[in-house]
Write a protein that binds this ligand. Sequence first.
Ligand code: TRP
Length: 470
Amino acid sequence: MNAPVQPLNGTPLLVARQRNNAWSSRLTFILAAAGSAVGLGNVWKFPYIVGEHGGGAFVLVYLACIALIGLPILMAEILIGRRGGGSPIHGFRSLAVREGHSPNWQLIGWMGVGCAFLILSFYSVVAGWSLSYLAYAIDGRFGGANLAAGEDTAQVMGELFASLLASPETLIVCHSLVMAATMLIVANGIRSGLERAARWMVPGIFVLLLALVIYAATSSGQFGNALAFLFRPDVSALTWEAVLVALGHAFFTLSVGMTAMMAYGAHLQKRVSIPKAALAIAGLDTLVALLAGLAIFPLVFANGLEPGAGPGLIFVTLPIAFAQMPGGGIIASLFFLFLGLAALTSTISILEPVVQYFEQRRGRSRRSTTLIIGIAIWLLGIGAALAFNVWSHITILDKNLFDFLDFATSSVLLPLGGLLIAVYTGRVLSRSALSDELGCGKSTLFRLWHFVLRYITPLGVGLVVFYNLV
Ligand code: TRP
């Protein structure tokens, strides 16, 4: 299963594709890539940023960002991955050289690998929260009966979350479990690791989510209000900042900007249409984000709670709702199981490109590469976990380590990576190579896509990066 050494300047062969290590079908690729896209971004972040930015109008802008900027970059990433073969860094380099450009374009790949390292460290800590909450739910902490009479549910739930963040041991144990599970899957390679996991986890995620939406729709009496909140645009609530948040989130939620989708695309068979696959992935991701909103907001409204609580929305506000409704303990267990699975299919996709690169570069086995890289990320993640308690006084740019990692990646590196990928695709790769790989000739769709990558994306993303830095 181990890939042989492939010198970077050697023949650009895709080791993996020849070694029975490609996705076994279009469906498994789409499942795995949708699993990557669907994650904490959809369930934790999307609902709370919608809540913070006033609902419908924000959703509309977000949808436009996905369609106009996210989707074209997603197509570009899969394309570069498949055409370049091998690891993302290798892919950027070999394609640029083939077109007579500088090998230094591989720096985009380096940035992506570095970014993956940073994202996974704090993402795994948040994924760990969902594990803790799953344990709390199974333990019955969200069953209303377990609250002493007269106890204030809101206060209890607020304290529960605060005590989790204040406990370095719990945070580190949960973060370690997430990293261990992620490493175990990635160590087994595409077919017997990533694909096998995606085959049952991704359908499981959908089934759980549908059950939760049906529950929210039938039991809360607030489904109509949730629909109105998500889909009735109130343009006066929209701010310039909201537009930038929506654009930044479009990258994060589609897993683009950091070469994760390239790493998945590198194992995709030639006959699969990239535009169709990308459309399916972006469609499923958007569907999950909206359905997550429809599972969460009715419960929040039905219990007289506010949607604008920020990052605590699903860890404080939602548990208050769980504790106040009949059968809340079971619903809470299903919800946090759903969240944990969604997070795990994403963590594996963040680790994969890093492992792919070092496996190919150093010629080590996938297992030992995964172990070494995984431990390094795990260590950084411990820093992110300690940022909530013993290291809370350590700040970079006025942010604790956790917030800094989140800001540096989601607000700066991912958009910047997306921008560079757009420039690389639109200006370095030739039109003929692109249309050959996309397989849609020089159709209107192709020209539109190319135009967006050359002009619209760099402009839009440039604005975001500039705004976030200034
Ligand atoms: N898209 C995932 C989410 O919404 C997170 C994620 C997975 C990601 N892989 C990524 C984000 C690569 C950026 C880059 O939770």
